[in-house]
Each structure stands twice: as C-alpha cells, then as structure tokens.
Design a protein around this ligand. Sequence first.
Ligand code: SF4
Length: 352
Amino acid sequence: MNRFDYVRPATVAEALASGALPGSAYLAAGTNLVDLMKVGVARPERVIDISRLPGLDRIEWLPDGGVRIGALVRNADLAYDARFARAFPAVAEALLSGASAQLRNAATVGGNLMQRTRCAYFGDPAAACNRRAPGTGCDARAGDNRLHAVLGWSEACIATHPSDFCVPLVALDAVVEVEGARGAREIPLDLLHALPGTTPERETVLEPGDLIVALRLPAEAAAFRHHARYLKLRERTSYAFAVVSAAAALDIEDGTIAGARIALGGVAAKPWRARDAEALLIGERPTAELLARAADRALAEARPSGDNAFKIVLARRIVVRALTLALEGTPETMPALPASAFSATTGARHVA
Ligand code: SF4
C-alpha cells in the first residue's frame, strides 16, 4: 500500500475542499476502496474520511411519501428499516442479497453506488485493463470472461457493475443528490453509471471531487410495493456477486398491468433498465406468454462478450421468474436468501 495523507473533515464543505484536490478519494466504510488500495489498484494521495460527517446517516420520509436516504446509512440499517422495507420491498430484498452480514453492517448507501467492477483483471495490477490503465488493452477479452457483460459492452471493456442494490433502485427511478464544485445537483441513478464506450476509465458522470450526499426514492415507487421482487442468481448461496439478477415491479389494477418496472444486474457496466420490456406489459392482462415476451424484449440487444452466451439465457429466465413472482405478490416476509436453494420458491417457474 502506498503512503497517503489522511483527512477527517468535520463538514461537507470541508470534505469538498479536500476532495477537489487532485489525487483525493473519499472513504466511508472502505469495504471496496481499502481492498483496492491493498493490492495497488487504487493509489490515492489523500484519503478523505467522510464516515463521521454529520447528518448523512438518516432515513427521512418526505411529505409526499417519498424517502431521502443519507449516503452514510448502512446497507443493513436500510434493509431492516420496517417502513422502508414495506414501501420498497424489492430494494430491501436486493440489499439482503448482497455481500455478507458483516459487510452489510458496514457498507454505506453511497459506497454501494460507487463500488468498482469485480472483473478479476481490473483487480490485478499486472493485467492489461483499459478501465484501470487507459490504453493498455483488456485481458478479459481473451481471458476468463464467462461472468462479463452481455449488454452495453464495447471492444475496450466488457466489465459488469457489481451492485444488487442499484438494480431495483434504477427500476424505481431513484435520484442521487450530489454536492461538488458546481454546487448541489441531482442525477437520476439510471444516468450515474457510464457504459464503457472508448473511455471505460470514466465509470460515472461524477466530476472529480463530487460527493454523493443522499439518494431519493419518489413516492410513486411505493405504488409497486404489493408486486415487487429482486432475484439473484449466483454461483454460491451467499457472499457472491450476481451472475445475473432482475428486479421486477408491477402495479396491477383490476387484473391489468397499470405500471411495470424491470431492471437487470450482472449484465452490463451499469444497472440495466429494460424500458422496452416494461412498455410491452403496460395495459395488458398478465399471462405466462406475455411475461416471456417481455423477457425476450429485455434481452433483445444482448450479445456475448466472450464465453458467456449462457448468461443471456439465464437473464431471460430470471426476468420471467422475477415477473412471475412479482405478479404473485410481495411475500409477507422476505426469503432469508432470495432465489437460493433454501428459498420456499420452487425452481420450476424460471423456465419460460
Ligand atoms: Fe479492465 Fe474492463 Fe477489460 Fe476487465 S473487462 S480487464 S475492467 S478493461
């Protein structure tokens, strides 16, 4: 690990002043950043510890029924907040699908949004990686790429975004509140993360020194609370990133789909909203054939980036299964390990 300066600001303004200096990195729980610093992938000259900034660790209910979540709220605290889980059950389910209990107790909302790809070559300073070192190439293209992207990838980078939490958030139109040199501004979460194109090193639309201070979910997102699920397929039952995942949320009125939200995880460098598939569902009466067509639409643009054509099949199936379970209704109690072998749900429904 390199030597670095350690700064602990007392206010957001102090944090921004330090964050504006070149070579700075914000530290909250450090569950991703510290790992990257240990292996030499992240080499900040200045670590700005924002973990004790006042006022960023609150869940605030807004007068219109929306919610504002401070960037320093811990993942576990949000998942186990009963009012939050009732209003936004797919988000709580996604939070409980992520990492391990210990990591969820430490990791923050802002940090979850800002976590880096888990592409093994990105995490290996000896490997060629355009995202970590622009212009060096991409060892994943000819390497172990079975878990890499099938949507939105480019010749320069085929990495995926690792967050579970972000998937239902994007489906539910979450908004990120940012403070920076240009003052306060808001960014729809769907626009926060960037697809790689020719500049995979540009992972988000944030400017240097920008600090995420909060996340908001609009009141309308709670309309989906009775029919909302997040399903995650992974290679072991716990403490693993998604091979593919899906958030599905439906608003059913008189047996007809009045509103639909679908997003996928583990398939692209950002959480992937499937708006065309949503549009196909709205105004229709739900049938197995309709849900299958929506899944086809969600994956219509998918193509393998390597040895991962199987992910397109899996992603299509998990969309069908998430929609089917959402249609059945949000469970009273979330499965301890969603989509796991220990879930009460049979495995049969994922076959379209
Ligand atoms: Fe780097 Fe992206 Fe290639 Fe992985 S897929 S090695 S992150 S350029």
